[in-house]
Design a protein. Structure first.
Length: 81
């Protein structure tokens, strides 16, 4: 296994783990976005530009979802005493 293949395997495995843990905290959604960015880099480096492009789109989607989750978490209203 060469370094590029190992990187691709790590990126996809990292994405899967983060996806499974996304419901636990917004942090995991952010890490999923980073995993998508790594997957995109792998796709472009390997020469599979359609894979790289789609993963880049997933990075943007996941990053927007993370921003929305953080904003939603910041809107939590404490009950009046």
């Amino acid at each position: 296994m060469d370094a590029l293949t190992a990187f691709g395997l790590f990126a996809v495995t990292f994405m899967l783990v983060c996806y499974v843990l996304e419901d636990r905290a917004p942090f995991w959604t952010f890490l999923f976005a980073i995993g998508c960015l790594m997957g995109s880099a792998y796709g472009f480096l390997q020469g599979a530009w359609p894979f790289g492009a789609v993963e880049l789109i997933w990075f943007v989607v996941a990053l927007r979802r993370w921003v929305q989750l953080r904003a939603k978490a910041g809107r939590v209203v404490e009950p009046a005493a």
